[in-house]
Write a protein that binds this ligand. Structure first.
Ligand SMILES: [Zn+2]
Length: 253
C-alpha cells in the first residue's frame, strides 16, 4: 500500500454503511479517486466539515493497486467554498462542473485540469446570482478545452476557410466547431449560431470579461454545450447534474 499526498477537491459524497462516507475526489496527482472516509458520517468529528461538497484541501490517500476504493487518511482543508451552497444557481452550476470533471477525468495526474476546475468553482462561488449560468458556461468550455476538445471557432473545421467575425455560422458538433456555408450545404445537420454567440464562446475560452447574456441566449448556450458534450464526451449516458442545472432556472421562472 502506498501513501499518496495530494491536493484534492470533494466532488461527490454519500453515506456508506453505519459510519463512513464514500467521497469522490478530483486530485492533482491522480485524477479522480474514490475514497472511503471511515468515521466521517457519525461524528463528523474526524473530518469536521472538511469533506463537504466542493471543499478543497490536502488529502492523504492509502492507495492499493487495482483497488477501486482507496482509504482516506487525513484531509486538511484549505478552502470550504461554502458560498456555493448559498445560492441555488451557484450550486447547480458547480454541480454540473463537478459532474463534467468526474465523468471525463481519468486517474492520471492532470495539474491543468485540477487548476481549471478549482478556478472555475472559485469563480462560480463569487458569481452574482444572475450571472451563475454564464460562470458555469464559461468554466465548462474551458474544462472542455483542457480535456482536448477546444472547438474551432474562427475558421471552418472541415475546409479551414476563415470565417469572418460578423458572419453567422453553423456549429457542427461532429466536426468539432463551426463550418462554413458551403460545407454546411454539403453536410447538413449542424446548429446555426449567430456571430455574437460564437464570439461569446471565444471570449469565455480566453477568459475575457463579457456583458450579461439574456435568458434566451443563456438557454441557447446551455443547449449548445449539452449537444457538444453529448457528441464528444458523454456518449449515451446523460449528464444528470447538467440537466438539473439546465432546467432549474427556467422551470422556476
Ligand atoms: Zn468549409
Amino acid at each position: 500500500m502506498a501513501l499518496l499526498v495530494t491536493e484534492a477537491i470533494v466532488l461527490h459524497a454519500f453515506d456508506y454503511l453505519e459510519s463512513s462516507r464514500i467521497i469522490r475526489l478530483l486530485t492533482r496527482e491522480a485524477g479522480v479517486q474514490s475514497v472511503l472516509a471511515r468515521g466521517a458520517k457519525k461524528s463528523r468529528g474526524r473530518y469536521g466539515s472538511a469533506l463537504d461538497l466542493f471543499a478543497e484541501g490536502s488529502a492523504q490517500l492509502y492507495v492499493k493497486p487495482d483497488r477501486e476504493l482507496n482509504n482516506l487518511g487525513t484531509f486538511e482543508i484549505s478552502r470550504t467554498r461554502s458560498e456555493l451552497a448559498e445560492d441555488i444557481g451557484r450550486f447547480t452550476a458547480a454541480s454540473a462542473i463537478a459532474e463534467l470533471a468526474l465523468r471525463f477525468a481519468g486517474e492520471e495526474a492532470s495539474p491543468a485540469l485540477f487548476d481549471t476546475v478549482a478556478g472555475v468553482l472559485d469563480e462560480i462561488s463569487v458569481a452574482a446570482p444572475e450571472r451563475t449560468i454564464e460562470a458555469g458556461l464559461s468554466g465548462a468550455w474551458r474544462i472542455v478545452s483542457v480535456l482536448g476538445f477546444t472547438p474551432e471557432l474562427s475558421s471552418c473545421s472541415l475546409c479551414h476557410t476563415p470565417i469572418r467575425d460578423a458572419e453567422d455560422a453553423t456549429f457542427s458538433h461532429a466536426s468539432g466547431g463551426v463550418i462554413c456555408l458551403s460545407c454546411s450545404r454539403l453536410f447538413p445537420g449542424g446548429r446555426k449560431i449567430p456571430a455574437g454567440a460564437r464570439a461569446t464562446i471565444a471570449s469565455w475560452l480566453n477568459r475575457a470579461e463579457l456583458p450579461g447574456l439574456s435568458d434566451a441566449e443563456a438557454r441557447s448556450h446551455q443547449r449548445l454545450l449539452r449537444e457538444f458534450l453529448g457528441q464528444h464526451l458523454t456518449g449515451d449516458r446523460p449528464l444528470r447534474a447538467f440537466a438539473v442545472w439546465e432546467h432549474e432556472r427556467w422551470s422556476a421562472a
